[in-house]
Write a protein that binds this ligand. Structure first.
Ligand code: ADP
Ligand code: 5GP
Length: 214
C-alpha cells in the first residue's frame, strides 16, 4: 500500500493537534509532519517536535529556496510544510498526518492530489470558544483574531472530503482513524491488485483443469 498525506484542518481550537497526536501515538502506520512557523513557542512546545520555530528571515530564505510544499500566513504568522519533512515520513512507509490551515491544504493538494482532506467541526461556537480559551495559550487579542479567522476557515469546509464533528474526543478519533483505514484500501492506492487477481485466476484455472469433472 502506498502511504498518503492526511490533512486535518479546523478553526483554531478545533482539536487538530489533539487528534493528530492521538493518531501518531496509537497507530504505527502514521507519522507527523512537523511544520515550520514564525510564531513564538508556547510553554511546553519543543523545537523540532511541535514545530520548527524559525525567524522571519530564515522562513523567507527557505521559501526562496523552494523548500516548502506549501506555506501560508495564518493569524498574523507564517506557517509552512517542508517537502523534506513529508518525504522523511513517507520514507518510513507511514502516512503523513498534517495539521495545516485551509489555504495550505489547497496548495498542498496541487502537489499531492492523493491527499485525504478531513475537516474537524466543533459541535458549537460556544464549545469552540470554551476550548480555545480553556487551552490558555493565547492572550485576549490573539484569541479574538483566531475567532475571526475561524469564520474564514469554516467557509472552506466544502473543499473537504470528510467532515468529523469533534464533540466526544474518542468518537472523533475513531472516525478519523476509520477514514485512514478506508483510504488505505482505496482501489487507486493499491498498486498490485491486477497482479493479485491474475495470480488468483491463474491458480483457479489450474484447479479447475485438474478437477475430476473437467
Ligand atoms: P487545534 O490544534 O485545532 O488548535 P487543540 O488540539 O489544541 O486544537 O484543541 C484545543 C483544546 O481543546 C485543547 O485544550 C484540547 O485538549 C481540547 N480538546 C480538543 N478536542 C476536545 C474534545 N473532543 N473534548 C474536549 N476537549 C477537547
Ligand atoms: P497554531 O499556532 O495554533 O499551532 O496553528 C495555527 C494555525 O496554523 C492552525 O490553523 C494550523 O492548522 C495552521 N498551521 C500549522 N502548521 C501549518 C503549516 O505547516 N502550514 C499551514 N498552511 N498552516 C499551518
Amino acid at each position: 500500500m502506498t502511504p498518503f498525506p492526511i490533512i486535518l484542518s479546523s478553526p483554531s481550537g478545533g482539536g487538530k493537534t489533539t487528534i493528530a497526536r492521538m493518531l501518531v501515538d496509537r497507530r504505527a502506520d502514521v507519522g507527523y509532519s512537523v511544520s515550520c512557523t514564525t510564531r513564538q513557542p508556547r510553554s511546553g512546545e519543543v523545537h523540532g517536535r511541535d514545530y520548527h520555530f524559525l525567524s522571519m528571515g530564515e522562513f523567507t530564505d527557505r521559501v526562496g529556496r523552494g523548500e516548502f510544499a506549501e506555506h501560508a500566513q495564518v493569524h498574523g504568522n507564517r506557517y509552512g510544510t517542508l517537502k523534506a519533512e513529508v518525504e522523511r515520513v513517507f520514507a518510513t512507509g507511514r502516512h503523513v498526518i498534517m495539521d495545516i490551515d485551509v489555504q495550505g491544504a489547497r496548495q498542498f493538494m496541487a502537489s499531492y492530489p492523493e491527499s485525504v482532506l478531513v475537516f474537524l467541526l466543533p459541535p458549537s461556537a460556544d464549545v469552540l470558544v470554551g476550548r480555545l480559551t480553556g487551552r490558555k495559550t493565547e492572550d485576549a487579542a490573539t484569541t479574538l483574531r483566531r475567532l475571526q479567522g475561524a469564520r474564514d476557515e469554516l467557509a472552506e469546509v466544502g473543499h473537504y472530503q470528510y467532515v468529523v464533528v469533534n464533540d466526544d474526543l474518542e468518537t472523533a478519533y475513531r472516525q478519523v482513524a476509520s477514514i485512514v483505514e478506508a483510504e488505505a484500501v482505496r482501489h487507486s492506492r493499491l498498486p498490485r491488485v491486477s497482479e493479485q487477481v491474475r495470480g488468483i485466476v491463474g491458480a483457479l484455472n489450474d484447479l479447475i483443469q485438474k478437477s475430476p469433472g473437467h
